[in-house]
Ligand binder design. Structure first.
Ligand code: HEM
Length: 565
């Protein structure tokens, strides 16, 4: 029985009627069923109990990182050829989404910040997630990257510690305390390259539309003959690259904590569809002993003068979610989600990431998270022998005898797919089990080059930010950080040191960290600390060294404050 409504519909009100999830019409959504108008409530009131108990369960755990973000949908169109070389992509990878010029594939993209909670401000200093799901005819491919081309770490085992140092203090819950952040980084010099960007203007993109994107980790392409190449992915925004300073971000935050999401959705609603070109860098698949860095090290970029960018397609975003929770909160990306023709490299971060994503999603969304429309393939059939589990609502069909939910079987069910032409591929290994960092750590060269090649306003902002943050750290952390900066670049060390009263002479006695990679090059720089001279960047084309426009909100530029310009 339902309660009796005492308010008939107004004349001409032909809106559809509210129901419960059981399909029962709801005649009274205002009054709880009680014994008399002031009396006790009855427990059999199905509508009240369904409504309250569903509300009690509205939240799922937020992402442990990248909780704040926004998803949009669109299309990826491949050129089918490698840049202007004319070489068909099908000769390099057998992934079907690239096999013909003009071929299109539906995509979902989620942009995010990293450290803050689900409702946190978006105008903050943080890397931005740039995760793309391609719904290809071979099944889904996720390219889960960031807006900065490198990462803080090169081994997944450090990730939980690093994130803890970035998250609020577990006792006081105070947000991002520099003494914790730089305590960790001072002991982790592989983070320095990332720091040269996060603590400069690249750490605060003006909007999601005006940032680059990168796969960051090194992947592989495999062709029909089983030949492999190492590959790095770059997203280049057609809107240009635009960034802010901390003062600009403060001005944005004061008006609109969700400025990036609002900007993205207003642009799409206004028909101003953002676009990015997808480009790749390729390298032969081996360890490249001729380089003084390791191609599998995600703290390094590949010099673009030696490994040129080649455009392979364009991404356009043209639809916002119809329901934010369904299509953004529940969307699930993972580095393990590859299609035939695309493969992992042995990058130690990538391997760890690949475990972590689907593991957290089974906990965060549920065991059947891949049945949700936003996560299931759109252009490929799904036929598994998986059954049951919480919130299961479909059985994969596609064969006659549904009692056979196992394989192999002589009486029906599903069969295995054909093996690729070359089941074995890539380099061979001859090594023993060990726990060692990679040999070519080279933690200081690229951060130094990056500083040299940054625009003057980017350098000034980086120096001012680092100086201000180091002032909030203990003396020993400040000293170690300035020591690292001098090893990267004299001028960077000098300028930040000057800001906080630490000279090269104050710190040249510091010994290298026991845990860090150290060789004759580093020792020579330490012996000459402060007198190494500028690094030679002649002819070097470094990833990220593209014009970066300053959106000076603090000076009254209203672009990107609470909506697209
Ligand atoms: C070993 C290192 C890493 C681990 C263990 C890790 C783990 C995670 C986890 C658990 C999530 C939450 C996923 C979810 O709840 O759906 C996540 C999200 C994300 N991570 Fe990582 N991560 C690592 C490194 C990286 C790196 C290097 C990048 C960039 C290249 C990155 C980019 C992202 C992005 C973009 C998201 C958000 C995906 C979305 O929008 O749903 N992560 N990561």
């Amino acid at each position: 029985m339902t309660d009796v409504s005492n308010t008939p519909p107004a004349e001409g009100d032909d809106r559809p009627v509210l129901t419960t999830r059981q399909g029962h019409p709801v005649p009274d959504n205002q009054n709880t069923r009680t014994v008399g108008s002031r009396g006790p409530a009855t427990l059999e009131n199905y509508h009240l109990i369904e409504k309250l108990s569903h509300f009690d369960r509205e939240r799922i755990p937020e992402r442990v990182v990248h909780a704040r973000g926004a998803t949009a949908f669109g299309v990826f169109t491949t050129t089918g050829v490698l840049g202007d070389s004319g070489e068909p992509l099908s000769e390099l990878t057998r992934a079907k989404l690239f096999d013909a010029p003009g071929k299109k594939c539906e995509v979902a993209v989620r942009f995010s910040t990293v450290a803050g909670g689900r409702d946190s401000s978006e105008a903050v200093r943080d890397p931005r997630g740039f995760a793309v799901k391609f719904y290809t005819e071979d099944g889904n491919w996720d390219l889960v990257g960031n807006n900065l081309a490198v990462f803080f770490l090169r081994d997944a085992i450090k990730f939980p510690d690093f994130i803890h140092s970035q998250k609020p203090d577990p006792v006081t819950f105070e947000r991002q305390i520099p003494a914790r952040v730089f305590d960790f980084i001072s002991q982790t010099p592989e983070s320095l390259h990332m720091c040269t960007m996060v603590f400069g203007p690249r750490g605060i993109p003006a909007s999601y539309r005006t940032q680059q994107g990168f796969g960051v980790n090194t992947y592989k392409w495999v062709n029909a003959a089983g030949e492999t190449k190492l590959v790095k992915y770059h997203w280049l925004p057609k809107q240009g690259v635009k960034s802010m300073t901390g003062a600009d971000a403060a001005a944005v935050q004061a008006e609109e904590p969700g400025a990036h999401t609002k900007d993205l959705y207003s642009a799409i609603a206004g028909g101003d569809f953002p676009e990015w070109e997808l480009a790749v860098q390729l390298m032969d698949d081996h360890d490249h002993p001729e380089l003084d860095w390791d191609p599998l090290d995600d703290t390094k970029t590949w010099p673009e003068n030696d490994f040129p960018l080649r455009t392979i397609g364009t991404l356009q975003l043209n639809r916002a979610p119809r329901n934010f929770f369904n299509e953004s909160e529940q969307i699930a990306f993972g580095t393990g989600v590859l299609v035939d023709g695309l493969d992992f490299s042995d990058d130690k971060m990538l391997v760890g990431r690949t475990f972590s994503y689907s593991d957290t999603q089974r906990h965060r969304v549920g065991a059947n998270y891949l049945q949700l429309p936003v996560n299931s393939p759109k252009a490929a059939a799904v036929r598994t022998n998986q059954r049951d589990g919480q919130m299961n609502y479909s059985v994969d069909e596609g064969h006659e005898n549904l009692t056979v939910n196992y394989e192999p079987s002589t009486i029906g069910g599903l069969r295995e797919a054909e093996v690729p032409a070359h089941p074995a591929q890539g380099p061979t290994y001859n090594a023993q089990l060990t726990r060692e960092h990679i040999e070519r750590t080279n933690d200081y060269e690229q951060p130094g080059q990056r500083y040299q090649l940054s625009e003057p306003w980017e350098q000034d902002d980086l120096v001012a930010n680092l100086g201000g943050l180091f002032e909030q750290c203990d003396r020993h952390i400040r000293e170690r950080m300035v020591w690292h900066l001098f090893l990267c670049d004299d001028e960077l060390g000098q300028r930040v040191g000057d800001a906080i009263g630490i000279s090269a002479d104050d710190i040249r006695h510091l010994e290298p960290l026991a845990t860090q990679g150290w060789g004759p090059t580093e020792q020579k720089r330490l012996d000459n600390l402060g007198n190494n001279g500028p690094r030679d960047v002649q002819g070097l084309v470094m990833t990220h060294c593209v014009p970066n426009e300053h959106v000076a909100v603090a000076d009254g530029n209203r672009e990107f404050v609470g909506g697209a310009a």
